[in-house]
Design a protein around this ligand. Structure first.
Ligand SMILES: Nc1ncnc2c1ncn2[C@@H]1O[C@H](COP(=O)(O)OP(=O)(O)OP(=O)(O)O)[C@@H](O)[C@H]1O
Length: 258
């Protein structure tokens, strides 16, 4: 189910502004890859290029090649909705649909895909909530609003909603930045468990988190304000955090810049 992602010379623009330039990296299936780097270096832009969310903004575009298991997702005849179904995304702030119940939140994507049968929806909801380590906490109040959960629970609800449609890749943009340390650890445990089935890419500002959860780490940076973000170093997480090859990476992870 998990898929391999390959970016070749990916460059992304906001109108005339080039936000990232010539990003080349390959992400293997069933791994967690962390994108790190100083603010504004293009981590989120690159992440959103992977499921074609970047182009949703007026004037925004992507050049280069991005393949998922050798299929170029920017080919002209590609169904963008199918791409976004295959590549789920979890955002910085938990964003459950506020007026929907916990159950309706989890199955929202399935309903959108035309699934109507109650027993199928119930099974899928339980499976996704169990995978998201949330089932035990919510099984007795599935009809209550999702917005009534704690921040950490809401984020796990959003993860359940994302995986309910069985994507192959899960993108996470600073998924723990609004959470307390205990909820953060719960999400990190979850990532560890989910990588059995999915390819996961996470943007994080938390170096310890990158070191704890990821197999590979990509360090992005910019030369100066207004320049595009570039991939400086990409390697096994252990190598990046113990013996990086590039001085700039070392300066960043040791807190000397950024
Ligand atoms: N909607 C937008 N319109 C114009 N420029 C944008 C937009 N979003 C981001 N940018 C610019 O693109 C560059 C990269 O931004 P991006 O958010 O990808 O960086 P980032 O590394 O994820 O930053 P952070 O760590 O602060 O979230 C920045 O210069 C930013 O100002």
């Amino acid at each position: 189910m998990a898929k391999r992602i390959e970016a070749t010379n990916v460059t992304a623009y906001y109108g005339g502004f080039k936000a990232i330039e010539n990003i080349n990296l390959t992400v293997e299936p069933k791994t967690v890859t962390a994108l790190i780097g100083p603010s504004g270096c293009g981590k989120s832009t690159f992440l959103r290029s992977i499921n074609r969310m970047h182009e949703v903004l007026p004037g925004a575009r992507v050049d280069g090649r991005l393949t998922i298991d050798d299929e170029d997702i920017y080919e002209r005849d590609v169904d963008v909705t199918a791409v976004r179904r295959m590549i789920g995304m979890v955002f910085q702030r938990p964003n459950p649909f506020p007026t929907m119940s916990i159950f309706d939140n989890v199955v929202a994507g399935l309903r959108l895909n035309g699934v109507r049968k109650k027993s199928i929806l119930e099974e899928a909801a339980e499976r996704a909530l169990r995978s998201a380590n949330l089932w035990d906490e919510v099984k007795d109040r599935l009809g209550k609003p999702g917005a009534g959960l704690s921040g950490g629970q809401q984020q796990r609800l959003c993860i359940a909603r994302t995986i309910a449609v069985e994507p192959q890749v899960v993108l996470m943009d600073e998924p723990c930045s609004a959470l307390d340390p205990i909820s953060t650890l719960a999400i990190e445990d979850l990532m560890f468990k989910l990588k059995d089935r999915y390819t996961i890419i996470i943007v994080t500002h938390n170096m310890q988190q990158a070191a704890r959860v990821s197999d590979r780490t990509a360090f992005f940076s910019i030369e100066r304000t207004g320049d595009p973000g570039r991939l400086i170093e990409y390697d096994d997480t252990q190598k990046i955090f113990s013996n990086p090859s590039v001085k700039k990476t070392e300066d960043y992870i040791t807190g000397r810049f950024g």
